[in-house]
Design a protein around this ligand. Structure first.
Ligand code: GDP
Ligand code: MN
Length: 391
């Protein structure tokens, strides 16, 4: 799960990482009130979306007067911001952050991520802050200093020295401040089960202070149960609506751009089904794993979500009954035809636990759109043929 910049900065403040003073706003009037409260004389108006690269897209602007805060807020709030991280469709800006303008002498980069190959969190730092770190990594990888910290020993003095020497920070006081900051960031990372933390830019002021001008944080979804304070920061309006709805019903769903809707149990079978559809000359419209606890309601919900996609020309239900019983899935299909308008052919392959009962249920119901398949290959071929016919 990701959080907004202003929320990341609230967490930074708790760990003693300095940030500029700022106040979140959801309207232009609020933005103006916030700016007056902060006092100026320079403010930054920042779009709050779960994506970086906002500056280049026009989502971060400097204001030199209250009037300018108003005009810039009007411009940014409600805009569809396109950055290299949003995809071409962009993201609607629904929140702003109004901040004290900072005095920038140097822009650095500081982050913590999990290095899966080393099996350790790695602190990354660079003198090339302010720009996309992906570009720095690509063009001048030697300008990124990476220090792996073994959680068994924790952040030690030598890690800090490696960072400041690598960055060329020579002033003793500045070295101390930077090391303290890196240690705090590492602590934050571990204590909150973060997946990544990024400060870009981390600025150095004329007085030699380090301030986090930007903040990005992502957390391990599986660990959110231990962090209710972070879970409370979830902004569902930033997440894919269909994927969110699916997860509320215990379905794991990923939308894709093909034309055959898939409803499968188990991630492995789901992948195999998608591959087989491709092999037969079709393209899957989604990945949907109904899981082991599927019942009539969740199956009906799955149909509803799949059918929201106008590209879907056929649905392939491929269930291998084990924990999930085929008769439940069959009832789910019946339920779905009552609850939602199933206007495309549904190819059904149910095998395993209670498969004969399921076949009986579907046969009795005699639904026009439902086509029975004998196995995976037969089902995929029938789904591809049905989708082709629909065009
Ligand atoms: P991002 O583009 O999404 O990473 O958003 P940032 O928060 O990093 O802002 C983009 C850029 O705006 C930064 O790299 C800075 O150069 C600039 N910026 C942000 N805040 C300030 C500020 O307080 N003063 C000045 N002068 N520039 C700022
Ligand atoms: Mn940034």
């Amino acid at each position: 799960m990701n959080i907004h910049e202003y929320q990341a900065k609230q967490i930074f403040a708790k760990y003693g990482v300095p940030t500029p003073k700022g106040i979140m706003a959801e309207s232009v009037e609020q933005a103006v009130t916030n700016a007056k409260e902060l006092g100026g004389p320079i403010w930054v108006v920042k779009a709050q979306i779960h994506a970086g690269g906002r500056g280049l897209g026009g989502g971060v602007k400097l204001a030199k007067s209250i009037d300018e805060v108003r005009t810039l807020s009007e411009e940014i709030l409600g805009m569809t911001l396109v950055t290299h991280q949003t995809g071409p469709e962009g993201k609607l800006v629904q929140k702003l952050y109004i901040e004290d303008g900072a005095d920038i002498k140097d822009e650095l980069y500081l982050g913590v991520v999990l290095d899966r190959a080393r099996e350790m969190p790695v602190i990354m730092a660079s003198t090339e802050g302010g720009m996309a770190i992906e570009d720095v990594a690509h063009d001048t990888p030697e300008k990124i200093i990476k220090v792996a910290v073994d959680p068994a020993i924790g952040f030690q003095g030598f890690h800090g020295r490696e960072l400041v020497f690598g960055l060329g920070i020579t002033d003793k006081v500045e070295q101390g401040k930077f090391i303290k900051l890196a240690a705090a960031l590492y602590k934050l990372y571990l204590e909150n089960d973060a997946e990544m933390i990024e400060i870009n830019p981390l600025i150095k002021t004329g007085e030699g202070d380090f301030i986090a001008l930007d903040g990005k944080m992502g957390f391990d979804d599986s660990a959110l149960g231990r962090h209710p304070d972070i879970e409370a920061m979830r902004d569902i309006s930033e997440e894919d609506a269909d994927e969110r709805e699916a997860s509320e019903y215990g379905l794991s769903y990923v939308s894709l751009d093909g034309e055959i809707g898939c409803m499968v149990n188990g991630a492995g079978l789901a992948m195999g089904t998608m591959d087989t559809i491709n092999y037969m000359g079709g393209t899957p419209a989604n990945f949907l794993d109904v899981g082991g606890s599927a019942n009539a309601q969740t199956v009906a919900k799955g149909f509803e979500i799949i059918l929201k996609n106008p590209n879907v020309k056929a649905i392939f239900v491929n269930i291998f009954g084990g924990i999930v019983r085929c008769d439940r899935i069959a009832n789910g299909i019946l339920e779905a035809t009552k609850l939602v308008d199933v206007h495309v052919p549904v190819i059904v392959r149910l095998d395993g636990t209670n498969a004969p009962e399921a076949a009986e249920i579907l046969k009795k119901a005699n639904i026009a759109n439902v086509i029975a398949a004998t196995d995976l290959a037969d089902g995929a071929a029938k789904a591809v043929a049905a989708a082709k016919q629909a065009k």
